[in-house]
Design a protein around this ligand. Structure first.
Ligand SMILES: *Cc1c(COP(=O)(O)O)cnc(C)c1O
Length: 386
């Protein structure tokens, strides 16, 4: 109900007024945590709206409606993790199907595709998604889907979402996009033709490094029904308490993204002229090859900056000297997080494949949090200089 007039409102308003922000029964200022696995049938001839929490839970539903509103889709789904959302979405495909995947896809998605889905007869071809001809050349008679991630992780390459989607539509292919790095605040892929948007909500959406969750939003109702059947059938749902925590984090998404992005821009420019840094990857830098395309399809550059310090030894020295950021897997939190893709997110990738994709031993990824930027730069400067 509240959703109709809500579509017209600004993003910051939608984050706070998503339809279920006031509890209907008590007026409580947040969605109640319905910590229940099942629901009493008051009238056996008239089943209640919710009957079992795997199939539906009011707290999870409030979150699912919120992400649907924010992405501008038709149906939303919450999962136990980003990988639960992604693997459930891949099961829209069947044995014998082929999918074209962005080559620098998230490490866990790479592992899912190459070690699990292959056993189920779903095959994939990894391509440089920034090159539309390469995408087209990967088409086979059994191709059913295209899977994108832009900016990609960790080298932040940009895919032209609209161009890939219009070609995919022509060929009758399903399109999926992992929107974790941008969030719906910066990028709304459904507006560019994507069928299924996926999130590791563990990152920016949750925003506090305290909840593991995944989300999916479909552009249309019939895909929504198919994904609902998979979510219920596989049981990969998000628990009520986690749903509540995620909704709490999402209220401040815009405020957090704005502040972190402002600092990330500063950091990227600062790194670009730092003598100890060989190369900086950030879509907001003037020499980034995908900058124009990114600006056409996104409203910001995000809060992740990757940079190459030249060697594995130097990267390890940096990580042992750095004081402020967490040195950890993950990104998108209030606190800064420094990651080492070669040994963390992309450890599942064979070394040759990793090198081919530009994920060298000297590459580190900095997720900029809400700390004072001058402090972050001072800390980084001392750690780089040693
Ligand atoms: C972290 C991440 C995932 C996996 O999400 P989990 O919540 O850790 O399961 C998927 N895609 C991207 C881009 C990620 O950063």
């Amino acid at each position: 109900m509240a959703q109709n007039n809500n579509q017209e409102r600004g993003f910051a308003t939608k984050l706070l007024h998503f339809g279920a922000e006031i509890d209907e029964h008590t007026g409580a200022s947040s969605v109640p945590v319905y910590q229940a696995s099942t629901f009493h049938h008051h009238d056996i001839f008239n089943p209640p709206e919710y009957d079992y929490s795997r199939s539906g839970n009011p707290t999870r539903q409030a979150l699912e409606d919120a992400i649907t509103l924010l992405e501008g889709g038709k149906r939303g789904f919450a999962f136990a993790s980003g990988m639960a959302a992604i693997s459930t979405a891949f099961l829209l495909l069947s044995a014998g199907d082929h999918v074209i995947v962005t080559e620098d896809v998230y490490g866990g998605t790479y592992r899912l595709l190459t070690t699990i889905l292959t056993r189920l007869g779903i095959e994939s071809t990894f391509v440089d998604m920034t090159d539309l001809d390469a995408v087209k050349a990967a088409l086979k008679s059994n191709t059913k889907a295209v899977y994108m991630e832009t900016p990609s992780n960790p080298t932040l390459k940009i895919t032209d979402i609209g161009a890939v989607c219009s070609w995919a539509k022509e060929k009758g292919l399903l399109t999926l996009l992992d929107n974790t790095f941008m969030t719906p605040y910066h990028q709304r892929p459904i507006e560019h033709g994507v069928d299924v948007v996926l999130h590791s909500a563990t990152k920016f959406l949750g925003g506090h490094s305290d909840v593991l969750a995944g989300l999916a939003v479909t552009a249309d109702e019939s895909l929504g029904r198919r994904l609902k059947q998979l979510q219920n059938g596989l049981g990969s749902v998000l628990a009520p308490q986690e749903s509540w925590l995620l909704m709490r984090g999402m209220k401040t998404l815009q405020a957090r993204m704005e502040a972190s992005e402002r600092s990330a821009r500063r950091m990227a420019e600062w790194l670009a002229s730092h003598p100890e840094v060989e190369r900086v990857y950030y879509p907001g830098l003037p020499d980034h090859p995908g900058r124009d395309i990114h600006e056409r399809q996104s409203l910001g550059y995000g809060a992740v900056v990757s940079f190459d310090v030249g060697s594995g030894e130097r990267a390890k020295a940096l990580m042992s000297r750095i004081q402020l950021p967490l040195v950890a897997v993950s990104l998108g939190a209030v606190e800064s997080i420094l990651s080492y893709p070669a040994m963390m997110s992309h450890a599942a990738m064979p070394r040759e494949v990793r090198y081919e994709r530009g994920i060298s031993d000297g590459l580190v990824r900095y997720s900029v949090g809400l700390e004072n930027i001058e402090d972050l730069l001072d800390d980084l400067d001392s750690a780089l200089r040693g």
